[in-house]
Ligand binder design. Structure first.
Ligand code: CO
Length: 293
């Protein structure tokens, strides 16, 4: 990888780590979810671009959850996952952590952290991605919990959060291998539920599919904004200046025309509690650099 590009990835990773460390103090039972989301995103914006809306997922919610513009909820005594992304000229660092405010899930978090650490340790070129899933699955199960089988880590490319291969969290038959210079996010999820998620019909996160001609001025403005973000995902609440009825119409029209797609919030199928830890890794000739550590 060109040194210049490597430097951007490392810079993004360092910013992401700093925001993670800073954000941990915000996670309190009486904190408003919306305030945390806006604080974290503003903190990222001081130094870089937001690669995707910060995900704040509580208890049995696993991912793709971000508050709506008028969300009044507080964190409560819950298991909280914060998943955030930083982009430096499109080079992304994606990282997540869990805080247990109930005091009851320490062992699950420990299992989840160990699974991530064990996976990061084996990264190198030519490693089968199924081996990563195997290590994650075995580690989490050894603590008596289940990995979420249908959520995966992912490869990243410039401005593309999910580019290329998916990194399984369970042992699969996948024969794909890691290659030098690949940038990947490893993100195991642990649960005391069934071990899979279902997509709900709560939609707050969207992403660009393709640019097409649009009619309304507001649609054109929104599309220009998405184009400037080079397709990186966005939150509906970022457009709270547009009256909601109108915004809903615009979003639906753009979905119908396959300009954007919506990402439904993921809930654990058995309503188990879910934890998540994630780091970003760059595969090098003899191992990996973990940018968000
Ligand atoms: Co990720």
């Amino acid at each position: 990888m060109e040194q210049q590009i490597l430097n951007k990835y490392i810079e993004a990773g360092k910013i992401a780590k700093d925001v993670v460390d800073w954000s941990k103090n915000l996670i309190k039972p009486d904190a408003k979810t919306l305030d945390i989301a806006e604080s974290v995103e503003n903190k990222i914006k001081e130094k870089a671009e937001i690669a995707f809306p910060v995900n704040i997922s509580i208890n049995n919610i696993a991912a793709h959850s971000t508050p709506s513009w008028n969300d009044e909820s507080v964190i409560g005594e819950s298991v909280v996952k914060i998943d955030l992304g930083v982009a430096v000229e499109g080079y992304i660092a994606d990282t997540a952590y869990t805080i247990d405010l109930t005091g009851k899930y320490g062992k699950m978090l420990e299992a989840n952290k160990a699974a991530l650490e064990n996976a990061l340790k084996i990264l190198k070129p030519d490693l089968k991605i199924s081996e990563i899933g195997k290590v994650i699955e075995e580690t989490i199960k050894s603590y008596g919990y289940k990995p979420i089988e249908n959520l995966t880590g992912h490869q990243m490319e410039q401005y593309a959060l999910h580019g290329g291969i998916a990194i399984p969290n369970v042992h699969t038959m996948d024969s794909k291998t890691l290659k030098e210079d690949m940038v990947i996010a490893i993100e195991p999820f642990a649960t005391d539920g069934i071990g899979s998620v279902i997509e709900t019909n709560k939609y707050e996160i969207y992403s660009l599919m393709q640019i097409k001609q649009v009619r309304m001025t507001e649609e054109r403005n929104l599309l220009n904004y998405l184009e400037a973000r080079k397709g990186m995902p966005f939150a509906k609440r970022w457009f709270k200046a547009i009256p909601e009825v109108k915004l809903n119409l615009i979003l639906q029209d753009m979905i119908n025309r396959s300009i954007i797609r919506k990402h439904g919030m993921f809930r654990e199928k058995g309503n188990g509690i879910v934890s998540q830890f994630e780091h970003t890794a760059i595969i090098t000739n003899d191992g990996a650099i973990i940018t968000t550590l």
